[in-house]
Design a protein around this ligand. Sequence first.
Ligand SMILES: Cc1cc2nc3c(=O)[nH]c(=O)nc-3n(C[C@H](O)[C@H](O)[C@H](O)COP(=O)(O)OP(=O)(O)OC[C@H]3O[C@@H](n4cnc5c(N)ncnc54)[C@H](O)[C@@H]3O)c2cc1C
Length: 422
Amino acid sequence: MNPTPRVETPSTKTIRQDILVIGGGAAGFFGAITAAESNPGLKVTILEKGREVLSKVRISGGGRCNVTHACFDPVELVKHYPRGHRELLGPFYRWQPSNTVTWFESRGVPLKAEADGRMFPISDQSSSIVECLLNEARSAGVSIRTNQAVAQIKHHESEGFEVNTQDGHIYHAQKILWATGGLKPGPAMKLLSQWGHHMVDPIPSLFTFQIKHPLIEGLPGLSVDEAEASLCGTRIRCRGPLLVTHWGLSGPAILRLSAWGAREIHQAQESFDCDIDWIPNVKDAGFGLESMMKQHPNKQLHTLSPFDLPKRLWQRILDILGFKLGMTWRQLNSKQVRLLTESLKRTTFHVSGKSRNKEEFVTCGGVDLKEVQFKTMESKKLPGLHFAGEVLDIDAETGGFNFQAAWTTGYLAGKAMAESAW
Ligand SMILES: Cc1cc2nc3c(=O)[nH]c(=O)nc-3n(C[C@H](O)[C@H](O)[C@H](O)COP(=O)(O)OP(=O)(O)OC[C@H]3O[C@@H](n4cnc5c(N)ncnc54)[C@H](O)[C@@H]3O)c2cc1C
């Protein structure tokens, strides 16, 4: 059994610290632990507005926590970040998934990679990650204070930061790690703009598409191993497995498209057209269909689907295009081959809205990356202020990449705060 970690409810009203971490999520914890372990003499405190810390880690990955991704080449890794790919390259050379794996494994939490590269604790329980972070924070002497919503921060040249919480506590610190997660318009954005920071408009990313269309109606649960989804009127296209849901379309291809096209979709007020190529790996579908005609002339069209397409999808395409039951492959004429080719290579769906992906959703937008020094995660506007995690204008495709950004930026910020002169 792991010892119960110490989570404090503050009793004194004015508290002096060396480093204050605002936000008890993945990035805040990683930053706090790194700082305290790198410089054990420092007083490090996490202020969390909620009653619980690490609440997103707990619910993440459907309760299993997709901690990171088995992609160990920084150049490949950054390709999964619609926002932040340029800025994260250097940081990933300093802290990347292999470091995350070693960090957790050396602290008693072995990880495993699934076939698609997603990495989870072997226990398949997010609580393994939560307990590990709580225990490491406790061992490193980090104080954790819950129910501490930071409401105001003042900065004095000589004295550093004065942080006021909603319940009247005052904290003083030389350095602050701002790790409050995805920004929403409100007081936090006002606070940051008082120091000259600009925020890229926060909007949602990683969502599924609401679609009503006869081609997918009544087919929830149907999946295609590899499809290509593209945003009409743009060059944005993403590949991966595709899933039909009760509401429309989901699966990695759609989630990737929602991330890469987040801004365009938001501008279109979530009403837009999306094309699906059901067989993106097939270059010449017409040739493939003609081969089927030669190989299986007497087989019925409806009973033999080409290109390993799920039979229910193939039958639905045939029905919608008006092909009669009982028709054989030999009976196809060239016009019909063209018609089928066009449908298989491009079905246009109108998307009328978005639904939350229950596995993961994140904020696109946040603190402008131009205003952050990526070696130290320090603000270029206000020395002593550091950032980590989703508060930054960084977000990724689904697959453990969002947590990896939190671990990496938290690590760099913690290291820099601990090492800078006191
Ligand atoms: C349902 C769901 C599942 C997910 N699953 C995965 C997954 O499996 N893999 C993956 O890579 N990503 C996943 N994500 C995304 C991932 O959880 C986030 O990218 C990650 O948690 C960001 O970490 P963070 O520390 O920056 O922010 P957060 O985890 O949001 O933590 C920020 C903390 O700051 C606190 N806070 C905010 N304002 C204040 C304030 N004023 N004062 C004090 N405290 C404050 C908040 O209460 C919160 O606890 C998931 C997200 C969701 C919503």
